[in-house]
Design a protein around this ligand. Structure first.
Ligand SMILES: *Cc1c(COP(=O)(O)O)cnc(C)c1O
Length: 378
């Protein structure tokens, strides 16, 4: 394989619920969930059954023909958003959902796009232009022109850059890859107002904060506002590749047949999996339990020595350490059977499946306590 990823030290051979087993037979509690992707854990029987049934009917058609799983999923998403003017475009990943948003915004006739410094919106050339991290962008310059970056959470910074030339402002409701950065309360609402003032499309990139992870279907809902565009991926397919870009109240005639497309986008199998995921999240009231478990989790983490801040919402949690030891700590947790992600030198990220139990949370917090004491004594 190409060297785009560090060589993994674990080879996973089986999985069930929140647990993974490696080729040596060691078992792990998976607190990363495929990076916020396996919302219902691994091998969920409802997903396995939905996918198997669809596989026996047909697995792929292309977008030349319609199919029920796709129609059903679009209807479900529109219902979740609660606005009949919503329109869904299916793709396979987060970066593709962002590309679709970029293209749609360009059709307004305006060309400028604003994103936040430190944000993550994907790695393809368009999305990478919005992923305002110099280390990821620099080797690939030049990127898209007319993209501006503002300080996340700072309205003044946005006020200086936004204008009637701005096509779209794109923000993560909580910045995931940046280390689970929660904006000041009222920020997203104020951004909404500013976008309205200049007639700018507001896009919320909910690829990581969508599908109920934070305790609402989409990461922005607590702010009592709606964006014009939503991008989702990660959790929606419950482990299968699927993404979507949804517009709300946007001129339906911007995207026309031929404007955009994807061979596999909205593939029947991925859609069948997503329908099962949404149905199960509703049936089990995971929105409510995710929020509760997250509060319990964060409160427990805050009590640990060595934890500077525990933050996030629902089951998207960042643990900021006093010392830049996130990688060592992640490694030691792995040895104890807990998988977490060192998103940078100082922050551990957790995005477990919605199946995680309070007792598993307690055990993990206890393990982290031991590891933190251990590195302190080194
Ligand atoms: C992961 C992520 C993406 C990119 O998704 P891919 O499926 O890896 O292309 C985009 N935006 C956000 C907020 C993400 O967390």
């Amino acid at each position: 394989m190409q060297s785009t990823y560090a060589t993994p030290d674990l080879l996973i051979s089986s999985a069930k619920g929140s647990r993974l087993k490696d080729s040596a037979g060691m078992e792990y509690l998976d607190l990363l969930g495929g990076i916020a992707t396996n919302a219902l854990g691994h091998n969920h029987p409802k997903i396995v059954s939905a996918v198997t049934k669809q596989m026996k009917r047909f697995s792929h058609l292309s977008n030349i023909y319609g199919h029920k799983p796709g129609i059903e999923l679009a209807e479900k998403l529109i219902k979740m958003i609660g606005d009949d003017s919503a329109r869904v475009y299916f793709c396979n990943s987060g970066t593709e959902a962002v590309e679709a948003a970029i293209k749609l915004s360009r059709l307004t006739g305006r060309k400028e796009i604003i994103s936040a410094k430190g944000s993550f919106h994907g790695r393809t050339m368009g999305a990478l232009s919005l992923t305002a991290q110099p280390s990821k962008q620099r080797p690939f310059l030049p990127l898209l022109p007319k993209v501006k970056h503002v300080e996340y959470g700072d309205l003044k910074s946005l006020r200086r850059k936004i204008s009637k030339r701005t096509a779209m402002v794109i923000l993560e409701p909580i910045m995931g890859e940046a280390g689970v950065v929660v904006p000041p309360s009222g920020y997203l609402k104020a951004v909404r107002q500013l976008c309205d003032k200049f007639g700018v499309l507001l896009a919320f990139d909910c690829v990581q904060t969508g599908m109920g992870r934070t305790g609402t279907w989409f990461g922005y809902e607590d702010d009592g506002i709606k964006p014009d565009l939503i991008t989702i991926a990660k959790g929606i397919g419950g482990g299968l590749p699927l993404g979507a870009m949804i517009s709300i109240g946007v001129d339906k005639n911007l995207f026309l047949p031929g404007s955009h497309g994807s061979t596999f986008g909205g593939n029947p199998i991925a859609c069948a999996a997503a329908n099962a995921v949404i149905t199960e999240i509703s049936r089990k009231n995971y929105l409510i339990s995710n929020r509760k478990k997250g509060e319990f989790f964060i409160e427990s983490l805050k009590k640990l020595n060595g934890v500077k801040e525990a933050r996030g919402k629902g089951l998207l949690i960042g643990i900021e350490l006093y010392k830049p030891q996130a990688k060592i700590i992640a490694k030691r947790l792995e040895k104890l059977g807990y998988l977490v992600n060192a998103v940078n030198e100082n922050v551990l990220r957790l995005a477990p499946s919605y199946l995680i139990t309070d007792s598993e949370i307690k055990k993990f917090v206890q393990a982290l306590k031991l590891v933190l004491e251990g590195v302190d004594n080194d």
